[in-house]
Design a protein around this ligand. Structure first.
Ligand code: FE2
Length: 285
């Protein structure tokens, strides 16, 4: 599959993508009303914005309609829903300048999702919710597709992260002390491919691509939605992008839900990706 060889695809807005976009915008506009949500940085202190986001983001993530819209979108884009699994969509923000860059609004340093225990067959999907430009989007750094980067992913375990860090995101307002996998030496960000498309259009790329949040030099906050998918055949056959530099432990495979009935992957398939750390770090079921 071309995505496993570094290709990046984009799709024009389909009906369900537009619905997902509208749902997210409705929740955002409710949360920040009557302000234009793209200009909140000019109107309220970052502490207040962080507080609003700490309610808004989980509300979107767990909204039943969001799952239905993704299901519909995957069907419209020709995915086999019986074999496609997705995780819940995340709502992301990128504020201009230094307004709010950590914790709940973390501005992602260059990383591969596979440094964060993502499976190598994971495909990332990324969609802006309002018009964006190259000054407030995200970027892919394609020269690192087959160039290893010394990094600290060996310190990252997915289960430990879930236990200790994720739910505290809103507390990390000024700086982020959570241990995240990072490049151990400076990376050359150029050439970079900036993902710019209209609201509701969506980019698709491998979890192994090096990507980052573009420093927002515009005067508008960027709101986007992303989610991830895996295909059951690839899960079973361990088909995916090559691992050139990831050394994390644990797996996020348990987060993926079947696109038909939102059930988890078969236990035998999950077991295939477990490395023993789940026993030490997860409470018994
Ligand atoms: Fe990422």
């Amino acid at each position: 599959m071309q995505l496993y060889q570094g290709a990046i695809f984009s799709h024009a807005p389909c009906a369900n993508a537009v619905k997902l976009c509208e749902l997210a915008r409705e929740l955002i506009e409710d949360a920040f009303g009557p302000l234009d949500p793209r200009e909140v940085q000019d109107a309220m202190p970052p502490e207040q914005t962080a507080e609003i986001l700490s309610v808004l983001k989980p509300k979107f993530i767990h909204h039943p309609k969001a799952k239905e819209n993704i299901q519909g979108m995957l069907a419209e884009l020709g995915c086999n829903l019986e074999k496609t699994y997705f995780d819940v969509p995340r709502l992301r923000t990128a504020f201009p300048g230094n307004y709010l860059k950590s914790g709940i609004a973390y501005a992602f340093h260059p990383h591969r999702d596979t440094w964060y225990s993502a499976p190598f067959c994971q495909i990332n999907w990324w969609m802006p919710l309002y018009p964006i430009s190259s000054e407030n989007c995200m970027a892919i750094h394609p020269q690192y597709w087959n160039k290893p980067i010394p990094n600290s992913s060996h310190q990252y375990n997915y289960y430990r992260w879930n236990q200790q860090s994720r739910y505290n995101a809103a507390q990390h307002l000024k700086s982020d002390t959570r241990v995240q996998p990072r490049p151990k030496e400076p990376v050359e960000l150029d050439p970079q491919f900036r993902l710019v498309c209209e609201p509701g259009a969506i980019y698709q790329f491998s979890a192994a691509q090096l990507h980052s949040t573009v420093p927002n030099t515009s005067n508008m906050t960027r709101y986007s939605v992303d989610f991830r998918t895996v295909h059951l055949d690839d899960v079973w056959t361990r088909t995916g992008a090559p691992n050139i530099d990831s050394a994390c432990t644990g797996t996020s495979m348990g987060d993926f839900l079947k696109a038909t009935d939102f059930s988890q992957l078969p236990p035998e398939a999950l077991a295939f990706y477990q490395d023993g750390t789940e026993c030490q770090l997860c409470p018994p079921a």
